[in-house]
Design a protein around this ligand. Structure first.
Ligand code: ADP
Ligand code: ADP
Length: 232
């Protein structure tokens, strides 16, 4: 069974007296454990698509299924739990809390409601492991506003993973990084994808980054113009 399924999904945003048809009937399946890119130029509907998969936004028409469950019409509480337990988010602007240190930023999602908190000792071990994994062991006490762009995105990756999500959604995760740092970040995401079998879905307009995916879904003007699985 596909971990994510979109069936004839549309999204229209009201705009004054008219509307923008941002996503125009897209359908695709994503398999568990895949490293997927949603590619396309600016304005093609990438963010809108990720937001609908992440239950941040709802489709105007069509169905979005996560683990076979249609997200349409789920109660707010169920959506909150789904977002907390099943999904992790990485943003292009990192969205860290500047005055919290590396450890505290990664811990943050565990302080929010949703799932039960694990044993505190285990929790600390898990966060330390993630910090090690993303290569920031020597920065653990640094505040987010003392880090470089690449380091901030590493913190954001660890934060997205702290709740052990099945799916990580990353909206243009390399947009604010130079190309070398961006490639390092993608390689880090890919390593975690391989090690943990976590499904990663990232959007990008950068061709070199697109090519690192093993499933490429290309959008143009709100439509899927290519849907290709690459066997390696
Ligand atoms: P991408 O991520 O590929 O740049 P988006 O999904 O952000 O594309 O946007 C797709 C289209 O929808 C664009 O024309 C954009 O201007 C429009 N759009 C996105 N969000 C909104 C919104 N909240 N209100 C109105 N129009 C929007
Ligand atoms: P990266 O390749 O990871 O993006 P940079 O070359 O940008 O790293 O940064 C080099 C070093 O400078 C890093 O160790 C980082 O911690 C430090 N640094 C970068 N930006 C800042 C900042 N705004 N405040 C404090 N230290 C910074």
């Amino acid at each position: 069974m596909a971990i994510v399924e979109l069936k004839n999904v549309h999204k229209k945003y009201p705009l004054g007296k008219t509307e923008v048809h941002a996503v125009q009937g897209i359908s695709f399946d994503i398999n568990r454990g895949d490293f997927v890119s949603i590619a396309g130029p600016s304005g093609s509907g990438k963010s809108t698509t990720l937001n609908m998969i992440g239950c941040i936004d709802t489709a105007t028409e069509g169905d979005v299924l996560i683990n076979g469950i249609n997200t349409r019409g789920l109660k707010d509480r169920v959506i909150t739990n789904l977002r907390h337990d099943t999904l992790g988010f990485i943003f292009q602007s990192f969205n860290l809390i500047p005055v919290l240190n590396v450890y505290e930023n990664i811990e943050f999602p565990l302080l929010l409601g949703g799932g039960k908190r694990r044993n505190r000792g285990e929790e600390r071990e898990w966060i330390d492991h993630l910090i090690e994994e993303v290569g920031l062991a020597d920065r653990i006490k640094n505040r987010a506003n003392e880090l470089s762009g690449g380091q901030r995105q590493r913190v954001a990756i660890a934060r997205a993973l702290v709740t052990k999500p099945e799916i990580v959604l990353a909206d243009e995760p390399t947009a604010n990084l130079d190309s070398k740092t961006g490639e390092d970040i993608l390689n880090l995401m890919k390593r975690i994808n391989r090690e943990q079998n976590t499904t990663f879905i990232f959007s990008t307009h950068d061709a070199t980054i697109v090519d690192m995916a093993d499933h490429i879904i290309r959008l143009k003007d709100g439509q899927v113009i290519k849907n290709e699985r690459i066997s390696r």
